[in-house]
Ligand binder design. Structure first.
Ligand SMILES: C[S@@+](CC[C@H](N)C(=O)[O-])C[C@H]1O[C@@H](n2cnc3c(N)ncnc32)[C@H](O)[C@@H]1O
Length: 290
């Protein structure tokens, strides 16, 4: 019988995923192996010659096949990393993207400069990644995080519990600001942040297969030109943001101008800035209230 060591599997899976056109094939192979074998990535290399038992090979084979069909690795292994935090992920949640870390960075900078306790709102929280990362890095803030999808919120609840943040991040289910009116005591926030769905009709048709076929449409699609949810956030934000508070929104790669106009039209903000990410794409809108 053929002897399958970790090294041989790593090489074989990498080669297989490369042929299937999967992005980052070596990393994907490592993540699948660590998941099935219950090892860390370092251990894969220190235990290179360890033989893998047949039952685990069967499990691995099924996952590698699905990965080769472009099912995202984060869904296959049920976890991912965001802002150096380990997070649980299911197919009800968008997989947190590295680009979204820019929004977290700006939120953390803003909150750390303000004295005293801070009230924060995270709209469209999904897995809870943004709320969790901000709460972990700003000890004086309390966060309300909302999402329309109760299944995504169940995963967010799991993440907050594993990260010991349940006391500081409260989850509410509903449409944008709706659950706050019903459930919040203090209705004015120092910071309102959101990574809403913002993919347009034209972009949706061009999404990679691993995104279009696997990630929740409700987490991606933002109406004909991708701006529907931003418009509704701009309509509601005046009732919830403190006088010197800020709103920070993740935006699509070419949405800067449209979002700038949308926010200017509210007449609420003294300063509106569009920031680009490391790939020079529009990425975050930062608006400071008058
Ligand atoms: C782009 S995902 C962002 C998830 C997470 N914040 C992140 O950055 O990875 C957008 C999220 O908005 C939620 N959503 C879509 N429409 C919504 C609405 N009208 N009200 C509240 N949440 C909504 C989706 O369920 C999804 O979890």
């Amino acid at each position: 019988m053929e002897r399958w060591t970790i090294q041989k599997l790593l090489n074989w899976i990498t080669e297989f995923l490369t042929q299937k056109g999967i992005e980052a094939p070596r990393l994907s192979a490592e993540l699948l192996l660590t998941h099935v074998l219950g090892l860390s990535r370092i251990e894969l290399y220190t235990l290179f010659d360890r033989q893998v038992e047949p039952a685990k090979l069967e499990t691995l084979r099924a996952l590698v096949k699905r990965c080769g069909e472009h099912e995202p690795v984060a869904y296959l292994v049920g976890q991912c990393e965001f802002y150096s935090l380990p997070l649980k992920i299911t197919r009800d949640c968008l997989i947190p993207r590295p680009e979204t870390e820019l929004l977290v960075e700006r939120a953390v900078e803003f909150l750390r400069k303000r004295p005293g306790a801070q009230e924060v709102l995270d709209l469209c929280t999904g897995s809870g990644c943004i709320a969790a990362a901000v709460a972990k890095n700003c000890k004086d803030c309390s966060i309300i995080a909302t999402d329309i999808c109760d299944k995504a919120l169940a995963t967010a609840a799991q993440n907050l519990s594993l990260l010991k943040l349940t006391e500081r991040v409260r989850l509410l289910c509903g449409d944008l600001f709706d659950p706050i009116i019903a459930g919040l005591d203090a209705a004015k926030f120092d910071l309102i942040m959101s990574n809403p769905p913002y993919v347009s009709d034209a972009e949706f048709a061009k999404l990679d297969k691993n995104v279009r076929d696997y990630e929740p449409r409700r987490a991606l699609y933002g109406g004909t030109n991708g701006l529907d949810i931003y418009r509704r956030i701009a309509d509601g934000v005046g009732d919830f943001l403190k006088a010197d508070g800020a709103m920070m929104l993740e935006i699509g790669y070419a949405q800067g101008e449209a979002i700038q106009s949308l926010l200017e039209a509210t007449g609420l903000f003294a300063d509106i800035r569009i920031e680009k990410d490391s790939s020079r794409n529009d990425r975050v809108a930062i608006a400071k209230r008058k």
